[in-house]
Design a protein around this ligand. Structure first.
Ligand SMILES: Nc1ncnc2c1ncn2[C@@H]1O[C@H](COP(=O)(O)OP(=O)(O)OP(=O)(O)O)[C@@H](O)[C@H]1O
Ligand SMILES: [Mg+2]
Length: 218
């Protein structure tokens, strides 16, 4: 059965932001691994970014799950249908930092769009263009503050600015070297140290996203 905007029953989360370097790829990988760990799987990831950072990470990864799949020649829709047929339960899609028709089309297949934002004035101003795409497609979205720095005034401003557009995840992902370091060897911060504060943040973030997803994609 077709669920929400996703292909044939695959819950589909698109991670999008026009702004570069806000953590789209980092969060796609971390959340895919966490969702699989929490038993939501099988989980697939799709890298739609020509920079191919997610693919690069996956290329040095040893664990067998979650899987990274290539877009089929028929496009994203056909790919999601094929994933559904293969029994994949959840798909996270990483996107390039741009505003293009292709991103609008990708967002069009989402059950939920996750928009990471860094708590900087530039980043916050840039969020509007991504929000426009998501609103045009009438898709539910969630913001998440990434690379947050505790107790900074910027973070308070970020929360205020983002919450005017839509729901903000109640968990901030802080600026932690664990996130960057783990990605260089094909793992996630949670896989490197399951008890780290980074792991705790991702667990909480996924738990929140899972609740939202259940609500929107029935
Ligand atoms: N919470 C974090 N703490 C520390 N470093 C982070 C965090 N999130 C991301 N980074 C680092 O910031 C950089 C940008 O992150 P990432 O590649 O995930 O962003 P992106 O939005 O996918 O970028 P692009 O738009 O270029 O695709 C990377 O070097 C990554 O390791
Ligand atoms: Mg990226």
């Amino acid at each position: 059965m077709h669920a929400g905007g996703g292909g044939g029953g695959v819950r589909t989360i698109v991670v999008a932001s026009q702004k570069g370097g806000v953590g789209k790829t980092t969060l796609t990988g971390h959340l895919a691994v966490e969702a699989e760990r929490q038993g939501v799987g099988p989980v697939a990831m799709i890298d739609t970014d020509p920079q191919a950072n997610l693919s690069g990470w996956f290329g040095v990864r040893e664990a067998e799950t979650p899987v990274l799949v290539r877009l089929l020649p028929g496009g994203l829709r056909a790919t999601l249908d094929a994933l559904a047929e293969a029994g994949i339960a959840l798909c996270l899609i990483d996107t390039p930092p741009a505003i293009t028709d292709s991103i609008s089309a990708t967002v069009g297949e989402a059950d939920l769009v996750l928009i990471p934002a860094k708590p900087s004035p530039h980043d916050l101003r840039a969020v509007g263009a991504t929000v426009d795409i998501v609103e045009k497609a009438k898709k539910p979205m969630i913001f998440v503050v990434n690379q947050a720095v505790s107790r900074s005034k910027l973070k308070v401003d970020a929360v205020r600015a983002l919450s005017q557009h839509g729901p903000l995840a109640p968990v901030d992902v802080h600026n932690r070297v664990d996130f960057a370091a783990s990605m260089t060897d094909g793992r996630t911060a949670c896989e490197v140290d399951a008890k780290s504060p980074a792991a705790e943040e991702i667990t909480q973030l996924w738990t929140y996203i899972a609740t939202r997803l259940q609500r929107v994609a029935q």
